[in-house]
Design a protein around this ligand. Structure first.
Ligand code: FES
Length: 234
């Protein structure tokens, strides 16, 4: 899909704004890829050409980055990307079952969108939310402690346009394109809204406060015994 003249003019301005944030222009590649993904829903050949022109990189160099990171899509995905964590803890707590149930329920394979283009399902790696396992993300917002049934209901609600709210964070969901624009560095000013840390994440902090525990002073750490180090143990 080629960009219209008007879109291209706007993207040129926004690309320059992104590039100006970095001492070396090529460092802007990741947000620029999110910028073109925000426009088309995926990184097309035109999107790759746009990035390579702005950054003085070859199309091969840009393509190598696009295909390395799974957050960039090379073909259209759903308005709502459902990422099911199947990393170790979530997998054993039910993530594998959720992923299998969703694929079967929606009739799609990994990283495929439904025919109506509303949702896509993909297995994702750990989202650093293991205390809420098994975790599902929709456009990178958390849905904690899921089950196969709750995940199927979530997918149905997204397809039907029903009101869906993440467990933590803002009380609303962005579309895939809107989320890509935020990742390009154009925030929607909702990032600080809603509950941030849930109860399980705060248990350790609460225990430390009750017992008066503190982190060691980094400038005054005890010297480890020779026997405590890998070399000393050999
Ligand atoms: S293993 Fe799923 S969030 Fe960490």
């Amino acid at each position: 899909m080629a960009f219209s003249e008007e879109t291209r003019a706007r993207l040129d301005i926004e690309a320059k704004e992104i590039i100006a944030r970095y001492p070396r222009s090529r460092s802007a590649l990741l947000p620029l890829l999110h910028l073109v993904q925000a426009e088309e829903g995926y990184v097309s050949n035109d999107g790759i050409a746009f990035c390579s022109e702005h950054l003085g990189l070859t199309a091969a160099e840009v393509t190598a980055v696009v295909t390395f990171y799974t957050m960039y899509k090379r073909r259209p995905t759903g308005d709502y990307h459902i990422g099911v964590c199947t990393n170790t803890l979530c997998a054993v707590m039910g993530g594998d079952e959720i992923f299998a149930a969703l694929k079967e329920h929606l009739g799609v394979g990994n990283d495929e969108a439904t025919e109506d283009g509303r949702v896509a399902v993909e297995h994702v790696e750990c989202n650093a939310a293991c205390d809420f396992a098994p975790v599902v993300m929709v456009n990178w917002e958390f849905f904690d402690n899921q089950t196969p049934e709750s995940a199927k209901q979530l997918a149905d609600d997204l397809r039907l346009g029903n009101d869906v709210r993440p467990t933590r964070g803002p009380d609303r969901l962005c579309t895939w394109k809107q989320a890509s624009r935020i990742l390009a560095g154009f925030p929607d000013d909702h990032a600080g809204e809603g509950p941030q840390a849930g109860d399980p994440s705060l248990v350790g902090l609460r225990l430390a406060q009750e017992r008066g525990w503190q982190a060691p002073d980094p400038d005054n750490l005890p010297t480890p015994d020779a026997g405590d180090t890998a070399e000393g143990g050999q």
